[in-house]
Design a protein around this ligand. Sequence first.
Ligand code: AKB
Length: 325
Amino acid sequence: MRKEKILITGANGQIGAVLTETLRQMHGQFHVLATDIRKPKADIEPFELLDVLDKEQLFQTIQTHKITTIYHLAAILSAKGELNPQRAWTINMSGLFNILEAAKHFQLKVFFPSSIAVFGAHVSKDQTPQFSPLIPTTVYGISKVAGEHWCQYYHLKHQVDVRSVRYPGIIGYQSMPGGGTTDYAVEIYHKAVNKEPFQCFLQADTRLPMMYMDDAIRATVEIMHAPAKQLLVRTSYNISGTDFTPAEQVASIRQFIPNFEVTYKPDFRQHIADSWPSSTDDTNARTDWNWRPEYSLQRITQEMIERLSTNRTQRHLSKISPVHQ
Ligand code: AKB
């Protein structure tokens, strides 16, 4: 059996940064090649600059490093995608095509992240079923619907072992999201811990599916390690963590930081959020590969505040320490 050698695209992103770290702990540092279109801020060796639109460079990198598995995280998210739809479509679709072609050519296993953004009109908002009409209103959502179907196509036609989950909004202390509609749910904790007021770009009562980073990473690792024959959905699986509104999140933060100030000023992202489910039904993931989330809103808030407060204290101490030496 080939020893697993992993390539991550979009390794500087919110999920990519944490997934790189986790997979290195599991497989060893030099078995996980981090790649992105930009250099990382921190040292995450081994790292290579890689543009997923450059097919030749992608094939060369796979060959040079004897890659066996790709986690393809490079993509433009929902809000940013609306600012330049053609660009978002090109990156999300041509990038995926290059990955799927490489997977077919080199017989690679692939992880493709889909999203709750695949849903739109004509679905029940609560507990949206796995097999619902997929009529998204964002270019990001359209690219994820098409991407899911291309993944299934390559699986059926070319036996590519490609696996996928529909991520909700992801919340973690390790990295910042960028360009998404659910980004507010991370930034709010940073503001609270820094004792700054927060202006939310969604209305107080907008309920969205959310998930703690630990659950998201575990779901990713678990689906990639599940026996292939158990995976009956080869488009993408609904996975649920929890769901809440900004007002509920603020209430949970105020249990720790009572004076936290929040105002609401909805912008274009409100329309995107309004088109998405409030919660999703993940029975298929639970049945097929035993998916179980662990983090409630209460637990997410407690961990986020503890972790971010510790980081803040450490930053503060490292700034003042020379004076005391
Ligand atoms: C976004 O807000 O665009 C993403 C997502 C839910 O896919 N976080």
